[in-house]
Design a protein around this ligand. Structure first.
Ligand SMILES: [Zn+2]
Ligand SMILES: [Zn+2]
Length: 383
């Protein structure tokens, strides 16, 4: 799995492993339920060999099209019936939803525009228990965010785990519900409690975000993924890859019925994952990556520049200008990121050495200004 150390020195465990293997002249063995597009591409470039492809169990995943359900329903009647049956049989159900909020989307009730974060212009989501609106990108919070038109009244749509919990408590009054996610699980003992509850059968329904997809247990006999659309249309070039990977993990639930709910159920990443057809997925996804100059065709790096407001924008725009002399590729940004109080540039470029040299040159030119410039190769997140 990927791990990125955010403290200095920053490193990616996989890249360190590769370097060490090279240094010690040894081999690394990776296992995965679905390789990344980049890794599989490199296999065709003879950077990897495949030792063996294990046959995946064929789980009959059921797709439920929410267009055929009542608009306000969070749980389809099919999923709802299966949860009921599981409760009667004293088995455990797992429900996955990729948002911690109560409502995911907030629109202005005056002008109907998205209520956005003042810093990064990403939409805010509504958290009912804290009664706040929060930016999904930088964690900016507001009790009464102001729309760009000046209004402070809203309509809230979409759903998150807070709402799911409320719906479940309403519909299955006696069910013991447990929420597992990075927000509510902060210490090692939380995870121990969770595993004890699983062993002792003192929980009926477990809800959480997608990492929960790979919790396997003989008493978990139902897994429901509530809203595949939120992953399919996430603003990240790797979202199709992530859909394929999550669905592959669900396929590994030998003992469980798996139900996936959504509105757009004909996307190739979903269909290919269900049919266990990685090669077809790879072919389609590779074409998209090529059309948009994403990895493996171009390396993506990011530059974070932190300092005085006008200095960091000056640096970013100057860098864009000199980069344009070297390459015809577009740089995305500068975008202000509140979390780090700096600006970000996303660079698609293949020659790491030349790019590093250029950064060093530009840094020299700006050496009299107090700027922190962070260059990140293989970034995992873009916010
Ligand atoms: Zn408005
Ligand atoms: Zn923000």
């Amino acid at each position: 799995n990927y791990y990125l150390n955010e403290q200095n020195p920053k490193f990616s465990t996989i890249e360190i492993l590769k370097k060490r293997a090279l240094y010690n002249n040894s081999k690394i063995i990776f296992t995965t339920s679905s390789p990344s597009i980049v890794d599989y591409y490199e296999y065709f470039q003879n950077k990897y060999t495949i030792i063996s492809k294990l046959n995946k169990p064929q789980n009959n995943i059921k797709l439920v099209n929410m267009k055929e359900e009542y608009l306000s329903n969070l749980l389809s009647s099919k999923l709802s019936n299966e949860i009921e049956r599981n409760l009667n049989e004293k088995k455990i159900s797992v429900l996955l939803l990729n948002s911690l909020a109560y409502r995911q989307t907030v629109l202005c009730s005056e002008c109907n525009k998205l209520i956005v974060c003042p810093d990064c212009k990403v939409g805010l989501s509504y958290h009912k228990y804290k009664n706040i609106y929060q930016c999904n990108s930088c964690n900016y919070q507001a009790v009464k965010p102001v729309c760009e038109c000046g209004a402070t009244s809203y309509n809230r749509f979409g759903y998150g785990l807070e709402l799911l919990k409320e719906v479940l408590q309403e519909e299955f009054k006696s069910a013991r519900i447990m929420q597992v996610d990075s927000d509510s699980f902060t210490s090692e003992s939380d995870y121990q409690d969770f595993h004890v509850a699983l062993e002792e059968g003192s929980v009926d329904i477990i809800i959480g975000t997608y990492p929960l997809a790979s919790i396997y247990h003989k008493d978990i006999t139902l897994v429901g993924l509530i809203n595949i659309d939120s992953l399919l249309y996430k603003n990240d070039y790797r979202s199709s890859e992530e859909v394929f990977s999550v669905v592959s993990k669900l396929m590994m639930h030998r003992e469980a019925k798996v139900i996936i709910q959504g509105y757009n159920l004909d996307h190739y990443s979903l269909i290919d994952a269900i049919n266990n057809n990685y090669d077809d997925f790879f072919e389609k996804e590779l074409k998209v990556r090529k059309d948009y100059n994403y990895p493996p065709f171009n390396e993506i790096s990011r530059l974070l520049i932190i300092g005085e407001y006008k200095d960091m924008y000056y640096f970013a725009n100057y860098f864009k200008k000199v980069f344009a002399r070297m390459s015809s590729m577009n740089i995305l940004g500068p975008v202000y990121i509140n979390r780090i109080k700096g600006v970000q540039l996303i660079v698609k470029y293949n020659d790491f050495e030349r790019l590093s040299k250029l950064i060093i040159e530009v840094k020299k030119k700006f050496s009299d200004r107090k700027l922190i410039v962070n260059f990140e190769r293989y970034p995992i997140s873009f916010n």
